[in-house]
Design a binder for this molecule. Sequence first.
Ligand SMILES: [Cu+2]
Length: 221
Amino acid sequence: MTDLTPPKTMKTALILSLLLLATHPAPAAMHHHAGMVMDEKGMIMNDNPDTLPRDCQKLSETVDITIHAGQQHATRFNGKMFAFDQQEWHVKPCAKINITFINDDQIRHQLMIHGLPGYLYPEGMFHLELNGAGELKASLIMPSQKKTYLVHCELPQHAEKGMKAQLKVDGGDGDLPSIPGISAAVKADSYPVDWTRTNVGILLLCALAGIAVPFFILKLK
Ligand SMILES: [Cu+2]
């Protein structure tokens, strides 16, 4: 006679997998990795609401900052296409910053802060990203050093087209280049015109030809 009861090892495996299923529910829309939260709306990397940098004994202040990103904020800057609604923020050493990041566009934008201590923010970076219009909230705690941090959107051409700003701790250590409305570009745009005699001649000839066109048309009628 054959024994239809499953072998003991199979039973144990079954119980174990049931237990695993019970303790690990199916992954929700929101994924958590080390230092990263991601869903269909966007991504938060290196959110730090509570760990003090090594050089800080305690928080000096808690600042709430709302940052908008979008094309509408670039209209006040000549030749720019994307921008944040502000280009500079000031906080004290060891300040906690609660950031609300709002994307006013239907395209993807990021809010990246660079140059942070790597032991607290992997790759020295705090990173928020919205795939389209929406809002994200995250926090970070600044070190005590007097420093200017680069804030920008790293998508191709977005920083070059104006989505660039600076965050100053303790007054900062100077302005970064090409911050719209604040500092000049390292290499200013230049459109030189070669005024040689030949070029001036060609230009005059074209102008005369243009003026002559209506007369020809009148004569043809
Ligand atoms: Cu962008």
